[in-house]
Write a protein that binds this ligand. Structure first.
Ligand code: ZN
Length: 159
């Protein structure tokens, strides 16, 4: 029981009048993700993957929408809290891989900057974090640019 894996998923609507924050990075775009917090779908998916692997519930249970403490919470701050819980539980993050499904904007030019933010938070090197952008080939809500969805898997190991 030393290795554990977790899967996370998140989706937010793309709306005008919001900043687009993904992986803790503000990406220049005409619209942003709608949500109670900064709506950072990538970090939210990573958090659920980590919590799934650690058996510590999910993002909604740990940071409920109904709690004003988490209103406008930055994803990076939530992630820092979760990583500290893993550390306290004696779990180390070995590898995290993610997919960002977004018709626009293109994700690839921003992957390096996202890693500069996320790797120190996760305590892993750039080779241990995958961030891959995909379009949805124009299909469905993501393909029409109405939303961005993210998936993440995480491998944890008991220290
Ligand atoms: Zn979310």
């Amino acid at each position: 029981m030393s290795d554990r894996i977790g899967l996370g998923y998140d989706l937010h609507r793309l709306v005008p009048g919001r900043k687009l924050i993904l992986g803790g990075l503000e990406i220049p775009f005409s619209r942003g993700l709608e949500g109670h917090s900064d709506a950072d779908a990538l970090i939210h998916a990573v958090i659920d993957a980590l919590l799934g692997a650690s058996g510590d519930g999910d993002i909604g249970r740990l940071f409920p929408d109904s709690d004003p403490a988490w209103k406008n919470a930055r994803g990076a701050d939530l992630l820092r809290t979760v990583v500290a819980r893993l550390d306290a539980a004696g779990l180390e993050i070995v590898h995290v891989d993610t997919v960002i499904a977004a018709e626009k904007p293109a994700v690839a030019p921003h992957v390096g900057d996202m890693k500069k933010i996320l790797c120190p938070l996760l305590g892993i090197g750039p080779d241990a974090l995958g961030i891959k952008g995909k379009t949805n080939e124009g299909v469905g809500a993501i393909g029409r640019g109405e939303a961005i969805a993210c998936w993440a898997v995480a491998l944890l190991r008991a220290k």
